[in-house]
Design a protein around this ligand. Structure first.
Ligand SMILES: Cc1cc2nc3c(=O)[nH]c(=O)nc-3n(C[C@H](O)[C@H](O)[C@H](O)COP(=O)(O)O)c2cc1C
Length: 191
């Protein structure tokens, strides 16, 4: 199977330019890019029109509290110097935008699986829309996203919502290419 030649296709270009960034500049992201990204997320497909995604936009005061939890998580694993503490906190405080993507909890395991798929589509739509605007992102499921102290700070009731991931957003340098499997390795064509 030949690789796509539609390299000038705008959606394809945005998909290719979406890469996980790890360090963000402090330069603010224009509000229209954020709103467009969230609108793109809200246009994700969802089976039975459950619209299971919820996004929190996390401001500076809330992030300061999250940074303390991030430091506590790290300190429980290893002794930290003052510089370590500063670095861990900076990861939470420095990116210009933090979104928390949540999934509305439901009792039925099949619907929950379908809703998780839909939330993942929503996050990807968000990140692709941002990439189309030249804005980088990082979808994270690190320890902070799974810590009940962080949920409390965010006002996430674990009986009602699951945190699907944090999405860090900002301007960043594009990371180098990563090796991906060729299409032939991941696509089978049946007669
Ligand atoms: C569900 C999910 C969780 C992720 N969690 C993390 C994470 O906790 N930390 C991280 O550095 N990257 C995380 N990533 C980003 C992946 O590491 C990244 O997508 C992968 O390395 C491929 O790079 P790319 O996004 O630039 O194509 C996550 C991605 C997904 C889809």
């Amino acid at each position: 199977m030949s690789e796509s030649e539609a390299t000038s296709h705008p959606a394809f270009q945005a998909i290719l330019s979406r890469r996980t960034a790890h360090t963000f500049r402090s330069e603010p992201v224009p509000e229209d890019c954020m709103v467009r990204g969230l609108d793109a997320a809200n246009h994700a497909p969802c089976h039975r029109l459950t619209f299971p995604w919820r996004f929190l936009r996390v401001g500076a005061r809330t992030r300061s509290a999250l940074a303390e939890v991030a430091v506590a998580i790290k300190a429980a694993k290893q002794p930290l110097t003052g510089e370590d503490v500063r670095k861990v906190a900076a990861k939470i405080l420095d990116p210009p935008e933090l979104l928390v993507a949540c999934q509305v909890r439901v009792a039925d395991p099949f619907q929950s699986r379908e809703d998780y798929a839909a939330c993942s589509c929503a996050i990807q739509n968000l990140c692709i829309s941002l990439a189309g605007d030249g804005v980088a992102s990082k979808w994270s499921t690190g320890g902070l996203t799974r810590d009940p102290r962080a949920w409390r700070i965010l006002g996430v009731d674990p009986g009602l919502l699951d945190v699907v991931g944090f999405v860090w957003v900002g301007y960043a340098d594009v990371p180098g290419p990563i090796a991906r499997p060729p299409l032939d390795a991941v696509v089978a064509t049946l007669p």
